[in-house]
Design a protein around this ligand. Structure first.
Ligand SMILES: CCCCC[C@H](S)C(=O)N[C@@H](Cc1ccccc1)C(=O)N[C@@H](C)C(=O)O
Ligand SMILES: [Ca+2]
Ligand SMILES: [Ca+2]
Ligand SMILES: [Zn+2]
Length: 313
């Protein structure tokens, strides 16, 4: 029996209809997308903590039950993220060599998070106060960007390099949301909450208690705050580079999302090292902008001003 590529019909977490690439094999349809790299595979942990769980399958190629929603979105959004990196930077999957992309949904019981564990993405169902975590494209983009980071700068997940790691995931999660162009914004995780409230904001990190200036960074020892809170400083710089604005008296001329993505992708893949500090991120972004647009370019000036505005020298 030869496997065959199929197109299934799915309904996502938010009741939105979408087609999913599947494979028909031995009388079952699997959430396996053979059209991208070496494939995109979506699994079911069945509310256990066992990974990856079982490859998602059914007998009719219709993924329309409520229980199917998180799998439909994890599968479909992983494809969008794959397309972003391929179309924008000619990067074939997170390793550049078409690595299979694996996601598991229904992880744990009322698990209110999502993560990349060096092998795959993992999504919880939320605890009833949020939607399942794969139901947001910026979250899926966030997690898969951790895989890109790991294969490139491999930023150590603590202190300033950890905050850079988190910021890269929020920034590219947002750029991917704009690429998909469905209710794009500079908030993170707004599609997870019933009241549309985000978890973080790149436009104004202080909206959720995160710092928007280096002088306001969290200096304690809790690594979770160090990486998820201090990312606000770099997120704000990225926002200013793209959209412009005057921040603590420093005026930045915006150069747009495309150029932001080009500069940060080049910094991430060519210049940042695993122990990079915020100051080294400034230098990496300036060097990347210089490579791409020229030493005295408006883009280089905007990058410098944005890091000035958030107090990173
Ligand atoms: C084992 C916990 C691992 C946390 C680290 C993962 S990569 C992470 O950062 N997850 C995101 C999920 C997310 C993304 C966008 C929007 C909402 C939630 C995250 O930000 N987690 C926060 C809630 C946290 O762990 O504090
Ligand atoms: Ca949005
Ligand atoms: Ca968003
Ligand atoms: Zn993260």
């Amino acid at each position: 029996m030869v496997d065959s590529n199929q197109i299934g019909f799915g309904i996502g977490v938010h009741g939105d209809k979408k087609q999913v690439n599947t494979v028909f094999s031995n009388s079952y349809y699997y959430l396996q997308d053979n059209t991208r790299g070496k494939g995109i595979y979506t699994y079911d942990a069945k509310n256990s903590n066992r990974l990856p769980g079982t490859l998602w399958r059914n007998a009719d190629n219709q993924f329309t039950a409520k229980y199917d929603g998180p799998a439909v979105d994890a599968h479909y959004y992983a494809g969008v993220v794959y397309d972003y990196y391929k179309n924008k930077f000619n990067r074939n999957s997170y390793d550049g060599a078409g690595a299979p992309i694996k996601s598991t949904v229904h992880y744990g019981k009322s698990y209110t998070n999502a993560f990349w564990n060096s092998y795959q993405m993992v999504y919880g169902d939320g605890d009833g106060s949020t939607y399942p975590f794969s139901g947001a494209l910026d979250v899926v983009g966030h997690e898969l960007t951790h895989a890109v980071t790991e294969k490139t700068a491999n930023l150590i997940y603590e202190n300033e390099s950890g905050a850079l790691n988190e910021a890269m995931s929020d920034i590219f999660g947002t750029l991917i949301e704009y690429y998909n162009n469905q209710n794009p914004d500079w908030e993170i995780g707004e599609d997870l909450s019933f009241n549309r409230q985000g978890f973080r904001s790149l436009a104004d990190p202080t909206k959720y208690g995160d710092p928007d200036h280096y002088s306001k960074r969290y200096r304690g020892s809790n690594q979770n705050y160090l990486v998820h809170t201090n990312s606000g400083i770099i997120n704000k710089a990225a926002y200013l580079i793209s959209e412009g604005g005057t921040h603590y008296g420093v005026t930045v001329n915006g150069i747009g999302k495309e150029k932001l993505g080009n500069i940060f992708y080049r910094a991430l893949t060519q210049y940042l090292t695993e122990s990079a500090t915020f100051s080294q991120m400034r230098a990496a972004a300036l060097q990347a902008a210089t490579d791409l647009y020229g030493a005295a370019s408006a883009e280089v000036i905007s990058v410098g001003k944005a890091f000035d505005a958030v107090g990173v020298n």
